[in-house]
Design a protein. Structure first.
Length: 98
């Protein structure tokens, strides 16, 4: 399984993507394995209650897990995972964009 990371998550995992041979069959188990292998990843992805942080996006084959079965979403060795950290930015307050 190929797992792609974006922005601030890349330094934690050591690059743009990680290959996971013989992955477990749920997102929850995949993330648990990744968190065990990469120090600091769990804190970036999960809140104190163990839920995926509000602005973290986890996509399986192009679908946000929030719109399928959440952490219980099923994956296969051929699945592609994309994990996006919270992203902030934009115009300064009071700026009008055309």
């Amino acid at each position: 399984m190929q797992i792609r990371f974006y922005a601030t998550l890349r330094p934690i995992v050591g690059g743009r993507s990680v290959e996971m041979p013989d992955p477990p069959d749920t997102i929850e188990a995949v993330l648990a394995r990744l968190s065990a292998e990469h120090e600091g990843l769990q804190k970036q992805l999960f809140d104190e209650d163990g839920a995926v942080r509000r602005f973290v996006a986890i996509m399986v084959d192009g679908r946000d897990i929030r719109h399928i079965e959440g952490l219980q979403s099923r994956v296969t060795p051929d699945s592609e995972l994309d994990i996006f950290p919270p992203v902030a930015g934009g115009a300064s307050p009071g700026v009008v964009l055309d």
